[in-house]
Design a protein around this ligand. Structure first.
Ligand code: FE
Length: 211
C-alpha cells in the first residue's frame, strides 16, 4: 500500500485551521475537530513511513505546527510493550487511532494519590478527547503484543514545548517537556501534495460523536 497521500493530511490541516478561526469554545473544537480527525484516521494511506517508525521509549513525530501555534499534530508510534508514564497535557487534545490498538487509562488526582478510571480501547477510526476541563491525566500503552500501533494526536498548542507533568503512583508530579522524535515534518506544501476538495462540514457527518 502506498502511504504518501499527503493531500489528505494537508486538507485536514487546512480544515482544522479554519475551524479555529474566531476562537470557538473548546467543546466545539473537540466535537468538530474530532469529526475531522475521525475522517483523517479512517483512511490509512497518507502517513509517510518515516513518521511511523518505532523508537524507544516510544516515538512522537511532529507532523505539523500551526503558524499561530493554535494547534499541533503529532504521530505516536508504540512498539509492543511501550507505554507513556502517567501524564497530563494542560491543553485540549484529540487522539485518533490510525493502526493497531491503543489503551488509554485515565486517572483522577486525589489527595490519596492516583485513582484509575475506566480504560478505553482505541481501534482504527476511533477518537478520544482529553483536556483539563474534561479529564487531562492518563497513561497510554500499545494494546498489541505482536506489532506496532500508531495514533495521530492534535493538541491546542505547541505540545512539544509545553511544561507538563508526569505522575508517580502516589500522584507526585514531575515536570517534563516532551519535545519530538524528529526535527523534520512532512512536506505538505510541495507541488505533489495537492489539496483535495473540502469534505462535507463536520456537523453534517453522523456517527461522529467522541468516545
Ligand atoms: Fe497523552
Amino acid at each position: 500500500m502506498t502511504r504518501n497521500n499527503l493531500g489528505r493530511f494537508r486538507r485536514f490541516v487546512v480544515d482544522f485551521a479554519a475551524l479555529l478561526e474566531g476562537d470557538p469554545p473548546e467543546a466545539l473544537i473537540l466535537e468538530r475537530g474530532g469529526a475531522l480527525l475521525r475522517a483523517l484516521v479512517s483512511e490509512d494511506d497518507w502517513l509517510p513511513d518515516a513518521f511511523a517508525a518505532p523508537s524507544p521509549p516510544y516515538a512522537q513525530y511532529l507532523l505539523h505546527c500551526d503558524s499561530a501555534e493554535r494547534f499541533s499534530v503529532v504521530s505516536f508510534v508504540w512498539s509492543p510493550g511501550q507505554a507513556t508514564p502517567v501524564h497530563n497535557h494542560t491543553v485540549w487534545g484529540l487522539v485518533g487511532m490510525l493502526r493497531g490498538l491503543e489503551i488509554s487509562q485515565p486517572f483522577a488526582l486525589t489527595p490519596s494519590g492516583l485513582e484509575a478510571g475506566v480504560p478505553s480501547h482505541l481501534r482504527p477510526g476511533d477518537v478520544e478527547a482529553v483536556s483539563p476541563r474534561i479529564g487531562d491525566v492518563h497513561r497510554v500503552a500499545n494494546g498489541l503484543a505482536d506489532r506496532e500501533s500508531v495514533s495521530i494526536h492534535v493538541y491546542g498548542g505547541k505540545i512539544g514545548s509545553l511544561e507538563r507533568s508526569a505522575f508517580d503512583a502516589a500522584g507526585k508530579a514531575r515536570r517534563f517537556v516532551s519535545g519530538y522524535s524528529s526535527r523534520v515534518t512532512p512536506a505538505l506544501w510541495e507541488p505533489v501534495s495537492s489539496l483535495p476538495p473540502t469534505l462535507p462540514h463536520p456537523s453534517e457527518h453522523h456517527g461522529a460523536s467522541l468516545r
